[in-house]
Ligand binder design. Sequence first.
Ligand SMILES: Cc1cc2nc3c(=O)[nH]c(=O)nc-3n(C[C@H](O)[C@H](O)[C@H](O)COP(=O)(O)OP(=O)(O)OC[C@H]3O[C@@H](n4cnc5c(N)ncnc54)[C@H](O)[C@@H]3O)c2cc1C
Length: 279
Amino acid sequence: MLCPVELIDRPVKFWRNIHGMNVVVCVKQIPDPADPGALDPETRTLKREVKLILDESDSYGVEMALQLVDAAGEGEVSLVSMAPNDERSGLATALAMGASSATLISDPCLVGSDSLTTAKLLSAAIAARNPDLVIAGSESSDGYTGTVPEQIAAVLGFPSVTAAKSITVNGEGIEVERQTDAGYDDVTCPMPCVVSVTAGVVEPRYPSFKGIMAAKSKPVDIKTAADLGFEPGSVGWAGAGQEIVDVAESPQREAGEIVEDDGEAYNRIVSFLEEHKVI
Ligand SMILES: Cc1cc2nc3c(=O)[nH]c(=O)nc-3n(C[C@H](O)[C@H](O)[C@H](O)COP(=O)(O)OP(=O)(O)OC[C@H]3O[C@@H](n4cnc5c(N)ncnc54)[C@H](O)[C@@H]3O)c2cc1C
């Protein structure tokens, strides 16, 4: 059985899969952003008893993975997710898009897990799938620490590339167009590796009726913390190395300044943009 210490101290050996690309996509299941519910006043975390959906940020990763396996001609896309209450509605969407199976980590002792614990648990589930490539979103829509993919790479001892706008497999490695403020960098990386993809770079497919029906019989393997080699005291609130000390409403947007054009208004606009370092 894998345990988190073994994962850190002794990088697991991975072999390139001979049966095409084996891509694992991390998908977070989140409360619907249109009706996110409330914060728990004691823990200051989002209440997650509601039905969860596939985070839109991760639908891009699922689509990219499906396109890569299509291009390779052989292989499979599988999913890993950590969510409370055996929740699998979001997984069902990704399975209906075309992923073939999933691992769902769900256990009451995981409530309160911080991002590093989340990454360690996801890594244990990912390692068991022996991937060539791990894809994640750059940041989730609810927590958006933007740290989990790089923490997974560190735990697994894999190289990682962030902010990918495209991925191409080239022999034993990948070529990535990595988004920057000025455009993009061309980056090459050996496999196995972890890539976080930028939202909006591909058009996620809509699940077809056939896909939705097929998803109902695709395997979802449920794992507890103990199944993955974690003691209850090392996860959840008990194992969190971070604490949420305060949560505050974001300030209301202030009304903008209206500049009446007297023929010289452009000067005011230019100095406004300079003040805000836009130009
Ligand atoms: C003390 C503390 C307690 C917390 N308690 C809870 C809690 O009870 N419940 C809770 O949900 N959050 C809790 N959180 C928040 C929790 O740290 C993060 O939501 C979670 O670990 C992932 O971080 P993120 O959403 O910021 O991920 P990001 O790093 O922004 O996510 C980037 C990508 O990583 C992948 N990813 C992230 N999380 C998951 C996941 N769970 N499953 C699969 N893929 C994933 C996805 O591909 C995602 O697009 C707590 C945080 C702290 C500090």
